[in-house]
Design a protein around this ligand. Structure first.
Ligand code: CUA
Length: 151
């Protein structure tokens, strides 16, 4: 049998959890904050590649490994939408794209996905923001949007 006090604690905890879930959904719906998705793991994600799916839709398999990202340079035309599938071949790395509000983890045996639209030309740096060893600070890649030689 529940004590009156226990009941109150349970109800308050329930309310707090509801507030958390509500704020998460609110952030996703109104602020267009993308929640990274976790996908079922598959070895093919360990092969870095850039695939053009449509005229302005690209798919990137980004692989983090001590101490580099592959592909290191991603060339896309302006206005492209890119689906990033991120994984690691060894330890936990970070995957942060400047100016794009992307802050993900690259984890061995896991795939994290996010979608980013590049509306302005420029060079967007990708850096590892999770300490991963001696050359952590050198670990970076670039998304090159509308570079003159873009393929
Ligand atoms: Cu990879 Cu720090």
């Amino acid at each position: 049998m529940l004590d009156k006090f226990e009941k109150r604690v349970l109800i308050s905890v329930g309310c707090i959890i509801m507030v958390f879930i509500f704020s998460l959904l609110y952030a996703k719906a109104t602020r267009q904050i993308d929640l990274p998705e976790c996908l079922p793991y598959n070895k093919t994600y360990e092969t870095p590649k850039v695939t053009q799916l449509d005229s302005n839709l690209y798919q990137v398999y980004a692989v983090a490994q001590m101490w580099q990202f592959q592909p290191a340079e991603i060339y896309i035309p302006v206005g492209s939408t890119v689906d990033f599938y991120v994984t690691s071949k060894d330890v936990v790395h970070g995957f942060n794209i400047y100016e794009k509000n992307v802050n993900m983890m690259a984890v061995y045996g896991n795939i994290n996905k996010t979608t980013v639209k590049f509306e302005k030309p420029g060079v967007y740096k990708i850096t590892c923001h999770e300490y991963c060893g001696i050359a952590h600070q050198n670990m970076q890649a670039e998304v090159i949007v509308n570079y003159p030689d873009a393929k």
